[in-house]
Ligand binder design. Structure first.
Ligand SMILES: Cc1cc2nc3c(=O)[nH]c(=O)nc-3n(C[C@H](O)[C@H](O)[C@H](O)COP(=O)(O)OP(=O)(O)OC[C@H]3O[C@@H](n4cnc5c(N)ncnc54)[C@H](O)[C@@H]3O)c2cc1C
Length: 587
């Protein structure tokens, strides 16, 4: 195996967190930085050529190739796991920019109590209310500590929205249930699509508090504090699952890449798949020495480094630590180990498919353009007499309803399933259907976890990551309750016909849910309870930091990326201001 000259910092993954860290360390320190990204280079200028729904949206052009590496899934430890051959319920990205290139850019912050799931739940309802088999655990960092980092991330991305809680002062028209914020959003809300305006009126009539969905899509031309200028959104409707043609949607390649490319100390190597983090923990030193990777020519090389940052999305973060034997693997039967524990997957579904008489102009839209309400979120409402804990947010959002992907939704009263009658009905209803969406919390359980699959391997011969995951009564009952609420909202919006969501049975890999998978390398106040400390620094290997939602002990109803980026900024500050001055454990 070839050994390359050493680098000061090595970053695994060139997506949201990897490029953020390269920009921060590269612009604030003189250190040499190498970024290793398994996928290809992305030139945002290529996006200008236009959108191809078939290529991006249906054939998943920007996503991880499952024929080279996939994950296996089973519902419980007694089942045999099987590999996902075609990604559907989540869509991990590959290539510079990572999953952040084709994200939807909906950017709510976590509710303050999400950071203290265990202690706040017990304080309000007592230990007895915790679900059987739960593994609730606090983050060890509070919302108050994270607030400045949220504000920084929102300024960098140029988030469009309206505050509902400015330093404790509640503001009607914003989300009055959100945690306090130190400043207004940098940009006003996006234009409100007709469908969202129907939800606004209906939600108010039902006593809820609707607000414009915060979105990392520019409502006006905006220059961020790093001097990056991006255009205002044109509401073209090709947003989620695709990159933006005019860079109105914040993506790693238009927010961080241009700055990183100007830094002489940073080198970005594409087509490089990391296989192991090499460390000498077994010898007692607790030090990462670098990584091995397969380069674009297929050759395996060793890249030595003084500091390693793992920023390869939840799935690869877990797998690479497991393959590298960096951390004690979680064993649910013995209740030992932490690596792989607390796998959660944000709940997300359409409560009600609603059919309207008037056309909705669905061809216009943007990642998060629309209204939400959070009156049934987290612990905003009392759960004393409900059969479940926690909650979520409702939304009427025109993400851009790509015509091929969304064609053919029909009310159940239409019996035609094929032929000219079906085609006629599908044409008639195409622009008359909207979804009252819901995203909710998935609480952690001892028996939902990651480990390495004993049978299936990737194209290089390494074991695949295995997910053991299923829904419990808490999720099924929450989904049932929220579906009824969503149907009520759809009725109040004036829907002529409604298809309610059929409910949750077993975890399903065939229907898109969200690419918001958390856990496995969770942060904790001590090494026996988690893999990293709350600076996202590995407990046993202090020169290894792990970025991304893999460090979250639980999911929130909110989409995770703002929180992921806020934690990445906090870690960058800790590395620059503390670790590099005195290398060693920060906690
Ligand atoms: C369709 C879709 C819609 C979404 N919408 C939203 C939304 O509205 N709001 C929100 O908050 N979030 C959303 N997300 C999620 C969001 O994209 C992720 O949370 C975010 O990108 C995570 O950042 P990351 O840096 O952890 O991972 P990524 O951005 O995925 O970056 C990880 C990088 O690591 C690389 N990598 C992986 N393994 C290796 C390896 N072995 N060697 C080298 N490189 C490797 C990958 O190729 C990738 O480029 C969405 C995701 C999808 C797919």
């Amino acid at each position: 195996m070839k050994t390359l000259p050493s680098t000061d910092v090595l970053i695994i993954g060139g997506g949201w967190t990897g490029l953020l860290m390269a920009k921060e360390l590269g612009s604030r320190t003189p250190h040499s930085i190498v970024i290793l990204e398994r996928g290809g280079m992305r030139n945002p200028a290529d996006y200008v050529l236009g959108m191809d729904e078939l290529d991006y949206f249906i054939r998943l052009h920007m996503m991880q190739d499952p024929s080279r590496e996939t994950v296996t899934v089973r519902h419980d430890a007694n089942e045999r796991s099987l590999p996902i051959r075609q990604f559907a319920n989540f869509l991990p990205g590959s290539g510079v920019g990572g999953t952040g290139e084709h994200w939807g850019a909906q950017v709510p912050r976590f509710q303050p109590d999400c950071f203290q799931l265990y202690s706040r739940t017990v304080a309000r309802y007592g230990e007895k209310r915790l679900p059987e088999d739960h593994s609730f655990q606090d983050f060890g960092v509070t919302y108050d500590e994270m607030e400045p980092y949220y504000a920084r991330e929102e300024r960098t991305l140029g988030v469009s929205g309206k505050a509902g809680n400015l330093r404790g002062k509640k503001i009607e028209g914003g989300n009055v249930h959100e945690g306090w914020r130190s400043e207004e959003y940098p940009n006003p809300p996006l234009k409100l699509p007709y469908f969202g305006s129907l939800m606004e009126t209906a939600a108010k009539s039902l006593g809820y508090h609707p607000y414009p969905n915060p979105t990392a899509v520019n409502s006006q031309a905006y220059t961020n504090p790093d001097g990056v200028t991006r255009a205002a959104c044109a509401y073209c409707g090709f947003c989620e699952r695709l990159p933006c043609m005019i860079a109105a949607k914040a993506q790693p390649t238009n927010i961080f890449l241009p700055l990183v490319q100007k830094l002489k100390t940073v080198s970005l190597r594409t087509g490089t798949t990391v296989r192991r983090i090499v460390h000498d923990t077994a010898q007692g030193a607790g030090k990462a020495r670098g990584v091995t990777y397969i380069d674009a020519a297929g050759e395996e090389v060793f890249q030595p480094a003084d500091l390693v940052i793992l920023a390869s999305y939840t799935l690869s973060n877990n797998r690479l630590l497991m393959l590298s034997k960096a951390g004690e693997p979680y064993d649910p039967a013995a209740g030992k180990g932490t690596l792989g524990k607390n796998l959660t997957h944000q709940i997300s579904f359409g409560t009600a498919q609603a059919f309207f008489e008037k056309p909705l102009n669905r061809f216009m839209g943007a990642g998060g353009a629309g209204m939400r309400f959070a009156d049934l979120d987290g612990d905003v409402f009392d759960h004393s007499n409900l059969p479940f804990l926690r909650g979520g947010m409702f939304g009427a959002i025109m993400t851009g309803q790509a015509p091929i992907a969304t064609f053919g939704a029909l009310p159940r009263s239409i019996k035609a399933r094929w032929g000219s009658a079906w085609k006629k009905a599908a044409m008639e209803y195409y622009d008359h259907v909207g979804v009252v969406a819901y995203s909710g919390e998935h609480v952690p359980y001892k028996s939902n976890y990651f480990d390495l699959d004993p049978i299936y391997k990737d194209s290089a011969g390494d074991p695949l990551l295995r997910m053991t995951i299923n829904w419990r009564d808490n999720e099924r009952k929450m989904v049932e309750f929220m579906t009824a609420k969503g149907v009520e909202v759809a009725r109040a919006m004036g829907a002529k016909e409604i298809n309610p969501f059929p409910g949750y049975q077993d975890y399903d890999v065939t229907r898109y849910q969200s690419t918001h998978i958390q856990g496995g390398t969770m942060m904790a106040p001590s090494p026996d309870r988690g893999v990293v400390n709350n600076y996202q620094q590995h407990w046993q290997i202090p020169n290894l930091f792990v970025l991304g939602a893999s460090t979250f002990p639980n999911s929130a109803s909110a989409n995770p990326t703002p929180t992921i980026l806020a934690f990445a900024y906090r870690t960058a500050d800790a590395i620059v201001e503390k670790y590099l001055k005195k290398p060693g454990a920060l906690a």
